[in-house]
Design a protein around this ligand. Structure first.
Ligand code: ADP
Ligand code: MG
Length: 319
């Protein structure tokens, strides 16, 4: 099966919407941006053997590729609209393509994003790049640089399960109380699309947790030129993580592991009630874990009041 037949068979049966003037099939897609909005754009690449195991199911790969991109748009307080898919395939495996495109289509419909185009090439490693475009009301984009002294620091969901899922898959950890949700988090993370969008007008800074809590919060602190103090015991973790992370060091390792795709954000104390009520509406737990301080750097305090040595060990390519 050649390139054009493959695109026709697996990637043209995706729904469009009113914003799509010209979709798949021309040299480039044509879209109508919403009035009085900025466009927000981001790309993320997944490579076989680096971001997922070589034998990962096609559906999981599709799911994660779109979700990690959606997560970046959520962290800007923006609404996702369109995406492109650049796919590099070592071979044409129709069963693989079928489940890949089915899961991608279902998830794109669920999240209200339209596949507007892409590129298909052959290459020695399976790799895919999704470029996603969203929109945010002019001026309401949420940057990493907006945290201010006295702001409170919050996270959504649980932190550390993504790293735990990776460790379980790599068999670095053999068993936990409830392995399934951790593996699920690693293979099928969930972007906080609706909550991220609704938080936009309330928060001062936001980032999604892809490289680990301390590294990602560190990015906010650096860009905002401030520091933060975090209570270790206030960081929400699953029962599974509690069951393995008996000491500060192992817990810190998991919290620093990445792949959670939760939101980390800062907001003035006056916004807290509204934030918690939005969390309720969107059925997404939100927990305050600390506050922004004038002294630069991140201080993590454990139960007996001592500061932990948190070295920045988030995941880095070429590191
Ligand atoms: P061109 O040669 O003009 O770059 P292509 O042959 O690469 O065009 O692609 C033809 C059409 O199919 C384009 O509209 C492109 O956006 C779309 N397309 C190619 N690959 C994919 C894919 N994997 N998913 C979605 N659309 C794709
Ligand atoms: Mg092309």
């Amino acid at each position: 099966m050649h390139e054009f037949a493959l695109i026709q068979k697996y990637f043209t049966d995706f729904p469009g919407d009113d914003s799509l003037v010209e979709g798949i099939g021309d040299d480039a897609a044509v879209m109508r941006p919403p009035k009085d909005h900025f466009l927000v754009q981001s790309s993320d690449t997944l490579v076989s053997g680096v971001h997922f195991p070589d034998d990962a199911p096609a559906g999981d790969i599709a799911y994660k590729a779109l979700m990690v991109n959606l997560s970046d748009i959520a962290a800007m307080g923006a609404k996702p609209l369109w995406f492109t898919l650049a796919l590099t395939l070592p071979e044409v495996n129709e069963a693989w393509l079928r489940s890949f495109s089915e899961v991608l289509r279902d998830l794109s419909i669920q999240k209200g994003v339209v596949l507007v185009g892409g590129d298909t090439t052959s290459g020695s490693e399976l790799a895919l790049t999704i470029t996603i475009t969203g929109a945010v009301k002019e001026g309401e984009q949420v940057m990493r640089s907006g945290a201010r002294l006295g702001d409170e620091v919050f996270v959504t969901g649980n932190i550390g399960d993504g790293a735990l899922g990776l460790a379980l898959w790599q068999e670095r950890i053999k068993s936990v109380v409830d392995a399934e949700p951790c593996l699920e988090r690693f293979y099928r993370p969930v972007a906080r699309t609706e909550l991220g969008l609704s938080l936009g007008p309330l928060v001062s800074a936001m980032i999604d947790c892809s490289d680990g809590l301390f590294a990602d919060l560190g990015h906010i602190l650096e860009r905002s030129a401030c520091g933060a103090e975090i209570m270790l015991s206030s960081i929400p973790v699953s029962e599974s993580l509690q069951s393995i992370a008996s000491d500060d060091q192992s817990r810190t390792a998991m919290l620093n592991g990445g792949d959670d795709y939760e939101l980390i954000f800062c907001a003035p104390a006056s916004a807290k009630d509204e934030i918690l009520s939005l969390a309720n509406i969107h059925d997404c737990p939100v927990t305050q874990i600390g506050e922004i301080t004038e002294a630069s750097g991140l201080r993590v305090i454990n139960d007996d009041g001592h500061e932990l040595n948190v070295f920045e060990s988030g995941y880095r390519h070429f590191g």
